[in-house]
Design a protein around this ligand. Structure first.
Ligand code: NI
Length: 197
């Protein structure tokens, strides 16, 4: 399954279009799409993927934060592969935090994005059960990023003129420079592993 990126005009149009609600019971087509998204996110190694990124404008997102991805972030914990349908979030409190974000659909770009620290997530699971919970830290950041996708919003719209953002290689240097020694070692290990994969 191919990842749509802004490098193509046609794909960029899909990435920036709003998404339709998922209806229950799920059709076989939707079930297959959910499985394909999970498989793709697993292959990519996490941390989030939304349906428009595989070319379908429906409100489906998947989150998967493996332990090693969590280890290079602040306020992070591992999250098993989880799918949220029709997700929306609401800000809790005033606290915001900045951290690096990249996106599989925005090639060769990385930057710092300010997000709400704590959110209330409302969604449905794959069986149609209601999800209503408070989430904070890096998990909340990934959810906000993916929920942006189902609204046709990319990280490029979250960078502002005072944000630190730019080409991946250049930003990676800055990112590594600001890490603690432990996190720096973890990120180097992750990079070596990704090269081997
Ligand atoms: Ni993204």
């Amino acid at each position: 399954m191919k990842i749509f990126t802004t490098a193509s005009k046609e794909e960029a149009a899909i990435l920036s279009a709003p998404c339709a609600k998922v209806e229950f019971p799920l059709s076989q087509e939707r079930k297959d799409l959910i499985e394909a998204i999970k498989k793709k996110l697993f292959e990519l190694g996490g941390v989030g993927l939304a349906a428009p990124q595989v070319g379908v404008n429906v409100k489906i997102i998947a989150i998967y934060i493996p332990k090693d991805a969590a280890s290079i972030r602040d306020h992070a914990r591992a999250v098993p592969m989880t799918v949220f349908l029709n997700p929306s979030c609401e800000t809790i409190g005033q606290e915001t935090f900045e951290d690096w974000e990249g996106c599989y659909s925005v090639p060769d770009t990385m930057g710092k994005v300010s997000r709400t620290f704590r959110i209330r997530l409302r969604a449905q699971d794959e069986l149609g059960n209601k999800v209503d919970k408070e989430v904070e830290g890096f998990f909340a950041r990934v959810l906000q990023h993916e929920i942006d996708h189902v609204h046709g919003k990319l990280i490029t719209t979250r960078f502002h003129k005072h944000s630190l953002f730019g080409p991946m290689a250049e930003m990676m240097e800055k990112r590594i420079a600001e890490l603690s020694p432990e996190k720096r070692a973890a990120i180097e290990k992750l990079k070596t592993k990704q090269k081997k994969d």
